[in-house]
Design a protein around this ligand. Structure first.
Ligand SMILES: NC(=O)c1ccc[n+]([C@@H]2O[C@H](COP(=O)([O-])OP(=O)(O)OC[C@H]3O[C@@H](n4cnc5c(N)ncnc54)[C@H](OP(=O)(O)O)[C@@H]3O)[C@@H](O)[C@H]2O)c1
Length: 172
């Protein structure tokens, strides 16, 4: 499996990412940025995250790869992978960026294959039932760049932090 995937996630102070199969707090500025990064590229999501999208539909203008163990799963506009091996053959010759877009189970599964992570930190503690691993506690992951805290029109403070995986990134 290639090791240049890009993880992208919005987390709260406890690295919470969701509750009841929804985002904790949609930050419109961040959703716009997410769209800007991912449009024209490939995204990888778990089946539950796909079902959290509007009308349970794949995101437009992107190749939507969905991981599910259900061999009968078939959803228009998606490419289905049932395991890492299938994901490997889907992604191996793709020349655009490949974004790992969650949820928690997919972040955990694919973290070893990510070379960087775009994390949006929301300066709040929400009641979450789903979490991303805390990259600050992972030996291989370091902060490359941390932006200024900003005020969202959704009424929360947030900032963008870019992490890199020391194992897969040649720094220079
Ligand atoms: N804050 C953020 O940036 C962000 C981003 C994305 C999602 N989220 C949130 O995260 C939550 C959903 O996360 P989740 O962990 O519950 O679900 P998920 O990762 O989106 O989907 C889980 C499903 O993926 C499939 N799957 C998982 N591992 C697999 C493997 N090794 N091989 C094949 N299929 C596999 C299974 O589908 P089947 O059951 O069909 O087999 C599993 O039930 C929601 O609250 C969502 O809003 C937050």
């Amino acid at each position: 499996m290639r090791k240049d995937l890009v993880l992208i996630a919005a987390v709260d102070k406890n690295w919470g990412i969701g509750k009841d199969n929804k985002l904790l707090k949609p930050v419109p500025e961040d959703l716009k940025r997410f769209s800007g990064f991912t449009r024209g590229n490939m995204i990888i999501v778990g089946r539950k995250t796909l079902e959290s999208f509007k009308d349970k539909k794949p995101l437009p203008d992107r190749i939507n790869v969905v991981l599910t163990r259900d061999i009968k799963f078939n959803r228009e506009g998606t490419v289905v992978a049932h395991d890492i091996k299938e994901l490997e053959s889907i992604t191996e010759n793709y020349s655009g960026e490949i974004y790992v877009c969650g949820g928690a189970s997919i972040y955990s599964l694919l973290l070893p294959y990510c070379s960087k992570a775009f994390i949006t930190q929301i300066d709040e503690e929400f009641d979450a039932d789903t979490h991303l691993v805390n990259l600050d506690k992972e030996d291989d992951w370091i902060i490359k760049d941390a932006g200024e805290w900003q005020e969202s029109r959704a009424g929360v403070r947030f900032r963008y932090v870019e992490y890199i995986n020391k194992k897969h990134t040649i720094q220079g």
